[in-house]
Design a protein around this ligand. Structure first.
Ligand SMILES: Nc1ncnc2c1ncn2[C@@H]1O[C@H](COP(=O)(O)OP(=O)(O)OP(=O)(O)O)[C@@H](O)[C@H]1O
Ligand SMILES: [Mg+2]
Length: 404
């Protein structure tokens, strides 16, 4: 057995990007077979050696080639040139729901996906309960997965992938989707795999996780490896560089392409930026942003998570029917007004994001940037995280049971 799990030698992967997008039908027919395209180099002469038994991270901005490289290692994509040697059984968890069939139930998909990943029916039978247990989607296991949330998809997909007991596990951005509890389970599982001498290759925008999980990382920029080595040093250098590029006054973890970003997030009660408030308060979430480019009809979003990681609430300007025609290069701010905070006492984290008009491109997602404490206010209700302003009513006066 060699001492590496994956060896990547001078791998290049290009994509054809067609340039004539707005051509007429006639010119398209005339030009048939000789459409204009450019070769876009997504992975550019990359060489890496991933030692056996370590957790290895790929770090880099959106579009730097991380997913493309993982897909080449997983043999989903074929490089144009170069060589990849994989030594061991490999399982990959690359895109949300990849390998899942939307019309099949969770149960059927476990068998389908398990088979794709190289497990026999017997092996899946034996591991089925453990897979479902890990995924936490037991209640929905006989429903078609098209009804699942993205979080449920990821949980089930990840549960199957790790139960393959691969020698090498490739994981792309899974941790971003699950809640905190699930993230913890995943990290535990990663440690177990590592203790077993297995190799994990992971991509995540969550720097704090990358920092604690990974032994080694490679930093990619425009498809090239610019640095590789000890995780802590490189993750810190990367985060610092990002941080300098996009100065934030608040804390939190962020990802996004960064042309437009939140510089400060405020939680305003009675005109004051505060970190404590009361049930029933009128609250304004104010995001200050800076933009290097003009963005037409951007979508602003905000959300609250409980400290335990429960996604409590989220709202987008698009769903609110609030349209900002464009933001110009420069600075600005936007308010989200909550007329009466319906949260019971507890601790919550606030996030904010700026996306393009379609909601598919993230300029900045500033996650759990500020933490607020909600104290007792009005109404006072008995349990849980929400207040409904509920009341008890007596529709039938109590009557004694007639003596028989
Ligand atoms: N099938 C494709 N056809 C054309 N271009 C592609 C294709 N897949 C990826 N690309 C381009 O290749 C580049 C690298 O993409 P890749 O998905 O590997 O980046 P990434 O580092 O994973 O980014 P992110 O952090 O956003 O996930 C991007 O510019 C992307 O637009
Ligand atoms: Mg990617």
């Amino acid at each position: 057995m060699s001492d590496f799990a994956v060896r990547v030698e001078n791998v290049t992967k290009t994509f054809r990007v067609y340039t004539d997008r707005n051509q007429s039908l006639k010119s398209a027919i005339i030009a048939r077979g000789r459409n204009k395209f450019e070769e876009f180099v997504a992975v550019d002469d990359v060489s890496l050696e991933i030692p056996r038994g370590i957790t290895f991270g790929l770090l880099g901005h959106n579009g730097s080639g991380k997913s493309t490289l993982l897909k080449c290692i997983a043999r989903i994509l074929t490089p144009n040139s170069g060589k990849i040697t994989v030594d061991g059984r490999l399982a990959a968890m690359l895109e949300v729901g990849s390998g899942f069939h939307p019309n099949l139930t969770g149960r059927e998909n476990v068998y389908l996906n398990g088979a794709i990943l190289g497990m026999s029916k017997k092996e899946i039978d034996r591991k089925f309960d453990a897979i479902i247990d890990f995924s936490g989607v037991e209640r929905f296991i006989d429903q078609p997965v098209k009804n699942y949330s993205s979080g449920m998809y990821v949980r089930l997909g990840f549960a199957v992938a790790i139960h393959v007991e691969p020698d090498i596990l490739l994981v792309d951005e899974v941790l971003a989707v699950g809640d905190m509890q699930f993230q913890e389970k995943c990290t535990e599982k990663f440690s177990e795999l590592k203790a077993d001498g297995r190799t994990v290759v992971v991509v995540s925008h969550a720097h704090d996780l990358m920092r604690t999980f990974c032994d080694e990382v490679a930093w990619l920029q425009n498809g090239r490896v610019i640095e590789t080595g000890d995780a802590m040093g490189i993750v810190d250098a990367y985060a610092n560089k990002e941080h300098r590029a996009r100065k934030v006054e608040s804390g939190g973890v962020r990802f996004g392409s960064g042309e437009s970003y939140v510089t400060k997030l405020e939680w305003i009660v009675d005109g004051v930026d505060t970190r404590t408030c009361h049930t029933g308060d009128e609250v304004t979430i104010r995001a200050h942003y800076q933009s290097e480019i003009e963005i037409e009809r951007p979508i602003f979003g905000t959300s609250l998570d409980s400290r335990e990681g429960v996604f409590v609430w989220g709202h987008h300007s698009r769903d609110a029917g609030y349209v900002v025609s464009s933001i110009k290069p420069g600075t600005g701010s936007i308010d989200v007004r909550i007329p009466s905070l319906p949260l019971r006492p507890g601790t919550f984290d606030v996030s904010f994001s700026i996306q393009d008009r379609t909601g598919t491109h993230v300029y900045d997602a500033l996650q759990r940037a500020i933490r607020i404490d909600v104290l007792t206010g009005t109404p006072i209700e008995s349990g849980g995280i929400m207040t409904f302003g509920s009341s008890f009513e007596n529709i039938q006066p109590p009557r004694p049971i007639a003596a028989g």
